[in-house]
Design a protein around this ligand. Structure first.
Ligand SMILES: [Zn+2]
Length: 196
């Protein structure tokens, strides 16, 4: 599978769930791509997600030896809610999520992140990192400390984040501006799978 790297069992779990999709997609960024990760389809299957989160937690073990395990997993809604919950189960800590209010991700529902707590950021797919950056900001604004960023799919290209990113899949799908997109040129129907 060109441009997607990861353990065979992980790729297989994505593929069996229909979460790894090949076609012609408009990403949130407005760019076009021939791959799309619809992680919600994977998250239909608690057993598959539980297993993947155990693998991700094991990969984080190396980071945890330096920083200590997290007290809390913090993730941006909606994509991160179920993932954060399963990561917290695998790591034996609690999970809270941020949600949009007036266009910003904030902590609601009387959730608390306390001063001095160690927080793991969890997100399903990271591309430009905007949601992860907002989550880091909210954690640090409360005097808590970020241990690492755990993601199912890392599809960043030249985007730096201020903490270590641990991922199950590394994807470098080809992306094009609509003007340059060869799929547009061939008239392949465009799908708009992302949340807006
Ligand atoms: Zn296109």
């Amino acid at each position: 599978m060109p441009g997607v790297e990861g353990e065979v069992a992980v790729l297989e779990a994505f593929r069996r769930s229909g979460a790894l999709r090949h076609g012609h997609f408009e990403l949130r960024s407005g760019l076009h791509s021939d791959w799309y990760f619809q992680c919600a389809l994977l998250m239909q299957y608690p057993d598959r997600l539980e297993e993947l989160c155990r693998k991700l937690a094991a990969k984080l073990g190396r980071v945890a030896r330096d920083t200590g395990g997290p007290d809390v997993v913090v993730s941006p809604a909606i994509g991160g809610i179920i993932l954060g919950y399963e990561m917290a189960r695998a790591l034996g800590c609690r999970a809270v999520f941020l949600e949009k209010e007036d266009g910003r991700l904030v902590l609601r529902r009387n959730f608390e992140i306390c001063r001095g707590e160690r927080a793991l950021i969890a997100e399903d797919v990271v591309t430009r990192g905007g949601r992860v950056q907002q989550t880091i900001h909210e954690v640090k604004a409360r005097g808590a400390e970020v241990t690492a960023i755990a993601v199912l799919v890392d599809r960043r290209e030249g985007v730096e984040l201020p903490y270590e990113v641990v991922s199950l899949l590394r994807a470098r799908p080809r992306v094009w501006t609509p003007q340059e997109c060869p799929l547009c040129r061939r008239g392949v129907p465009l799908e708009h799978p992302g949340s807006r």
